[in-house]
Design a protein around this ligand. Structure first.
Ligand code: SF4
Length: 330
């Protein structure tokens, strides 16, 4: 968990739009605004959780940060350097610092390669080590993630889901990154295995001083691992706060609804909790509602919500929300 106040990553009005052509002859251009005007900071050694319903843009945001996608607008500042417009060659040193762990460990590992070669591939790409040194690093990494050196000669299909995620983590760690986007790393795993992987990520963070962006839809797990949590809706950040503050007293109507649906293990407390049912489906990011994008499902919506986009601003010290009526409803 975080002890540093130095900013490692800063996003300024980040946008990622996807354009595609519709119509028989592709004459109609359609724009999908997957990430639209997101600004935030992540401090060194911090875990920032990112939650929201599927399709809200959280995974696209993660991928855009590590430049798997071109940026449509805004800036990504990494350790004081603007990396937004860097080309592939200029990005190479940053590829080592910024890594990603994927949701589906099986799909993200090449089934024809041995585990040793999967973990060793980034070492080859970046010319970090060869021969016996390479082998030693691979064995160390396997031990670090709770596997053994004998696993290096096996293939991904010989492992369980949890073990495969450990291989994915070892691969991400091979280049000694500072920052890792964890894109729903436990969603595909059995509940019994999820806590083990989260604990491993926490231990590695402590040992290696890592900074995480932890994307998930399991809100309870995000609370456990995150220092602060951001909530996304239809490509925009709607709330950002310290983890406990957000869970104990959400300010934004969308966060209130999301958290009301999280099961509480204590049956007595669960009985007292009122679930807020969200009306309707998430609107299309191709044609989002005017003003506040949440207004079509918000029980507090007023005329202003249709007319103006709410600014994402500090609502209480250290807490940010994008809602015109944040003071009135809290
Ligand atoms: Fe609801 Fe209006 Fe706030 Fe949007 S701005 S969350 S519609 S009250």
């Amino acid at each position: 968990m975080m002890t540093n106040t130095e900013v490692l990553l800063q996003l300024k009005n980040l946008k990622k739009y996807f354009e595609f052509n519709k119509g028989l002859f592709g004459q109609n251009k359609t724009v999908l605004k997957a990430v639209d005007d997101v600004s935030l900071e992540i401090k060194k050694g911090e875990t920032l959780g990112l939650v929201g319903e599927s399709g809200c843009g959280k995974s696209t945001l993660g991928r855009t940060i590590i430049k798997l996608y071109d940026v449509t607008g805004g800036k990504i500042i990494y350790d004081g350097e603007d990396i937004t417009g860097l080309n592939d060659r200029e990005m190479l040193p940053y590829r080592k610092k910024l890594q990603m762990i994927f949701q589906d460990p099986y799909a993200s590992l090449n089934s024809r390669m041995t585990v040793g070669d999967i973990i060793g591939e980034p070492l080859d790409i970046h010319g970090i080590a060869s021969g016996s040194e390479r082998k030693e690093i691979i064995h160390d990494l396997l031990n670090k993630v709770g596997l053994t050196s004998e696993h290096a000669n096996r293939y991904p299909h010989e492992f369980s889901g949890g073990q495969r995620q450990r291989i994915g983590i070892a691969r991400a760690l091979a280049v000694k990154p500072d920052f890792i986007v964890c894109d729903e790393p436990i969603s595909a795993l059995d509940v019994s295995i999820q806590a083990q992987v989260v604990n491993l990520l926490e231990d590695l963070q402590e040992e290696m001083g890592l900074t995480y962006l932890f994307i998930a839809h399991d809100l309870s797990m995000v609370r456990h691992i995150s220092d602060r949590v951001g909530v996304m809706y239809l490509g925009r950040l709607v709330e950002l706060a310290a983890s406990d503050e957000l869970y104990d007293k959400p300010l934004h109507p969308y966060t209130k609804a999301l958290l009301s649906a999280v099961p509480i293990p204590d049956p007595k407390l669960a009985g007292q909790k009122k679930r807020i049912i969200l009306k309707g489906d998430v609107p299309s990011p191709i044609n989002p509602p005017s003003g506040c994008r949440f207004r079509t499902r918000c029980r507090f919506a007023e005329e202003i919500c249709r007319e103006a986009v709410p600014e994402f601003k500090e609502a209480e010290p250290g807490r940010f929300a994008a809602c015109h009526l944040v003071d009135k409803i809290n």
